[in-house]
Design a protein around this ligand. Structure first.
Ligand code: SF4
Length: 375
């Protein structure tokens, strides 16, 4: 497939059973009565977008949320059928869906299979029931094992487990125990994110009041290093700051996002990227159903070049000098030569043939590296 023909598709399902303590994602508990209306609006949005882009082949689909596994099975089938009616799908398309333990029924898995999903991402987060409770997750560690057993029995072997570090009351033993438990479940992929405490969440209030105490920087760094070394020993290679996979099981949808490939965003709060325009649909379910216009940001040439650097340096392989030239018609060394030289001199960046990448220290100090490119 020619690279300009392919298109990613992100579908946002905004429903959840309850709000986790740390969550500031666009997800809305207690609004399941809106499911049919939201799916009708998403189908309409797919048809509208197909007018301009319906000739492009969908190479990856990612259904995220929220909790897509709270969707009624017939609505899932209906939405995916519309997507296939409006766009051609590549034969080898990667089609991922997020599911949360405690919400996955046999009927839902049947529907996911009929809809052609071939990759599942499970919001597991931790194998420690005390930490799951502290995060406000609705599931236990036992539910994670049951969910994995259930998806396997339906023939889904390509699955990711999400994991969190940097949690209040979490120590290195908790991290090691969760890794051992997750590795025993034999996922093809593990995403491990540090907790970010966002203003407006209950976690923020707890941290502010001193009720929850976060690990210090050294302990959080030790957790990150433990995850990296344990997973690498187990055969999972780190291909992005927070993502590890068995060879050949990297998430293609996310890789395309980091490589600035175009994707459509469908659904409340969904982000999209076409040409030099980044779009964000109305955040609330009601505004989305009432067709409130999306926010559109037109990127300037320098915004686009900075994005290429910012996203490409997240990847352990780095940013391809040739891809940069193809995309921007400029040599990266002419645009950023002085800053690249300086960061190489500080041991934060290095060239690996045509790839400019962060060293291990550069990955650890990535915010500082990116700030240099902004100046
Ligand atoms: S399940 Fe995910 S999207 Fe839903 S409230 Fe929890 S963190 Fe947020």
């Amino acid at each position: 497939m020619m690279s300009e023909d392919r298109l990613g598709l992100y579908l946002h399902i905004p429903f959840c059973r309850s709000k986790c303590v740390y969550c500031d994602f666009p997800s809305y508990p207690g609004m399941d009565q809106w499911q049919s209306r939201v799916i009708e609006r998403m189908k309409e949005e797919l048809r509208d977008k197909a007018f301009q882009l319906g000739h492009r082949k969908i190479s990856t689909v990612y259904m995220g949320g929220g909790t897509p596994s709270t969707l009624a099975p017939d609505l899932l089938n209906d939405l995916m059928q519309t997507a296939r009616n409006e766009f051609p799908f590549a034969e080898d398309a990667e089609i991922s869906i997020e599911m949360n333990p405690g919400t996955v029924t046999d009927e839902f898995l049947d529907a996911a299979q009929r809809s052609g999903f071939n990759r599942i991402s499970i919001g597991a987060q931790s194998a420690d029931d005390r930490l799951l409770k502290l995060l406000g997750r609705i599931h236990s560690s036992d539910d994670i094992c049951k969910t994995v057993a259930k998806i396997r029995s339906q023939g889904f072997y390509n699955f990711n487990l999400d994991m969190m570090i940097g949690l209040p009351d979490q120590d290195l033993n908790d991290v090691t125990d969760t890794l051992q438990c997750f590795l025993a479940l034999k996922p093809t992929h593990i995403s491990c994110y540090s907790l970010i405490v966002e203003e407006g969440t209950r976690m923020f209030d707890r941290v502010q009041s001193g009720e929850a105490v976060l690990p210090d920087e050294d302990l959080e760094r030790a957790m990150y290093d433990t995850v990296r070394s344990t997973l690498e020993k187990a055969g999972y290679h780190q291909y992005e700051i927070s993502n590890y996979a068995l060879e050949g099981f990297e998430c293609r949808h996310n890789l395309d996002c980091w490589n600035r490939k175009e994707y459509l965003g469908i659904g409340a709060a969904a982000a999209g990227f076409i040409g030099n325009r980044r779009t964000r649909n109305a955040m609330s379910i009601i505004d989305y159903c009432n067709k409130v216009e999306p926010e559109v940001i037109e990127l300037s040439e320098s915004d686009e070049m900075f994005e290429s650097v910012m996203l490409g340096l997240r990847l352990t392989r780095g940013l391809s000098k040739n891809d940069f030239y193809e995309r921007h018609h400029k040599d990266i060394c002419q645009v950023y030569g002085a800053v690249i030289e300086r960061l190489i001199g500080q041991g934060l960046l290095t060239w690996d043939e045509e790839y400019l990448r962060c060293t291990k220290r550069g990955l650890d100090l990535q915010n500082m590296v990116l700030t240099e490119f902004l100046q």
